[in-house]
Design a protein around this ligand. Structure first.
Ligand code: ZN
Length: 56
């Protein structure tokens, strides 16, 4: 079964600092630190999933 890397969603707390990409069509990127809350997508303003791109 393929591993999903969508492990974060809007309003969840960030547990791995890094750059995340939204899983909506916008593919927005945000940089978060541990303890930050995942935002809504800045473009479509919906609650979205965030995929870790690069851990920092
Ligand atoms: Zn979006």
């Amino acid at each position: 079964m393929p591993k999903s890397d969508t492990d974060a969603r809007t309003d969840a707390a960030c547990t791995t600092a890094g750059i995340y990409r939204s899983d909506c069509a916008d593919q927005e990127r945000v940089t978060l630190a541990v303890g930050d809350g995942f935002p809504k997508c800045p473009s479509c303003r919906k609650a979205v999933g965030w995929n870790l791109v690069v851990a920092t």
